[in-house]
Design a protein around this ligand. Structure first.
Ligand SMILES: *[C@@H]1O[C@H](CO)[C@@H](O)[C@H](O)[C@H]1NC(C)=O
Length: 329
């Protein structure tokens, strides 16, 4: 039989352990939140009279970025696939920013025809283009194909934006100093470019395909920056942080219920779209980066990407392959 002292000692001990665990967990969560929150763009630069085009801007960090650009006074073009949702987002951005100069244009990055149509519209009807933000992305979808028969993630995240950017270069060059911002991801670090099987036809893994497309983003930034040297067009790629948005819409439904329940509290810790947009905004406007080009950023600071993302020969090879795939000379 246990004495009172023993039980009470045991109670105190387990209670103390519980308190310690709660304390450590609490401190850990706060530290994790701070860490996940990353940097904030502190630039107060105005963009009155300037034009910004953002792809996939109807939700998540794209919408947050668009809102920030609108608050700075820019004409903001939301280039989106879903016009209905984009118009709702545009209304909200106009209201929240007090800037009525927010327009929607149709862009379906799964179709090269749609990319060319949007680019022609912009070249013909816009006076200038100061900032292009390649933000739209598909994450870890099943083995799908674009209209042109490309694997979906490489097709949308890289090829569609590759063509769009090339088609808008003349206007960007006329509007210098101008910037091109390419939203990549930390996921590029484990990626490789499968030059022999770029559509991953032989062996499709959605994670591998995603990483390949994100590595392609960083390599594209590097090669484009070298081609744009001394033109006044600067190029930036970045990791936005893990964002709790609809990017996960292909990932979440594939998980079992217990996995979702475990992930839920983690999702609470993940960056809000506001925090996730900060590095995009920093690359788009911050004065300190005006003369930087071809670099990779994370938490509002330049960061060294993976060695594979610094391979100039691969960057050149990827450019040539991409150009031939989308039919650019
Ligand atoms: C960028 O270069 C211009 C021209 O050389 C210079 O006037 C400016 O101070 C530079 N800006 C930064 C942030 O380095």
């Amino acid at each position: 039989m246990q004495s009172y002292a023993e039980t009470s000692g045991h109670f105190l001990e387990s209670h103390a352990t519980g308190l310690a665990v709660a304390f450590v967990a609490g401190a850990g969560i706060l530290a994790l939140r701070r860490w996940l929150a990353g940097g904030v763009c502190r630039s107060k630069v105005r963009l009155d009279g300037k034009t910004v085009l953002i792809t996939g801007a109807n939700t998540g960090i794209g919408k947050e970025t668009a809102l920030d650009m609108a608050k700075r006074g820019a004409r903001v073009i939301l280039a989106c696939r879903d016009i209905t949702r984009a118009c709702i987002a545009a209304d909200e951005i106009r209201q929240q920013s007090g800037n009525g100069n927010v327009v929607v244009k149709k862009l379906d990055l799964t179709s090269l025809r749609s990319v060319r149509e949007l680019a022609r519209d912009v070249q013909e009807n816009e006076q200038r283009l100061d900032i292009l933000i390649n933000n739209a992305g598909v994450m870890m979808c099943p083995k799908w194909k674009t209209e042109d028969g490309f694997e979906m993630q490489f097709g949308v995240n890289h090829l569609g934006h590759f063509l769009l950017t090339n088609c808008l270069l003349d206007l960007l060059k006329k509007s210098t100093p101008s910037r091109i911002v390419i939203v990549s991801s930390l996921a590029h670090e484990k990626g490789s470019i499968n030059f022999d099987d770029i559509n991953l036809d032989k062996d499709y893994h959605r994670e591998e395909s995603y990483r390949q497309s994100k590595l392609a983003n960083v390599l594209f930034c590097r090669e484009l920056a070298s081609r744009m040297q001394d033109t006044g067009v600067t190029v930036y790629s970045l990791h936005p942080g893990v964002i709790r948005t609809e990017l996960g819409r292909h990932l979440f439904p594939t998980l079992a219920l217990w996995q979702r329940i475990i992930l839920m509290p983690l999702l609470m810790l993940i960056k809000s779209p506001y925090a996730g947009a900060q590095t995009s905004i920093y690359c788009a406007v911050d004065e300190s980066q005006a003369n930087s080009s071809g670099l990779y950023y994370s938490d509002c600071a330049p960061k060294k990407p993976a060695p594979k993302a610094l391979d100039d020969a691969a960057a050149k090879k990827l450019w040539d392959l991409s150009a031939s795939m989308v039919g650019l000379p």
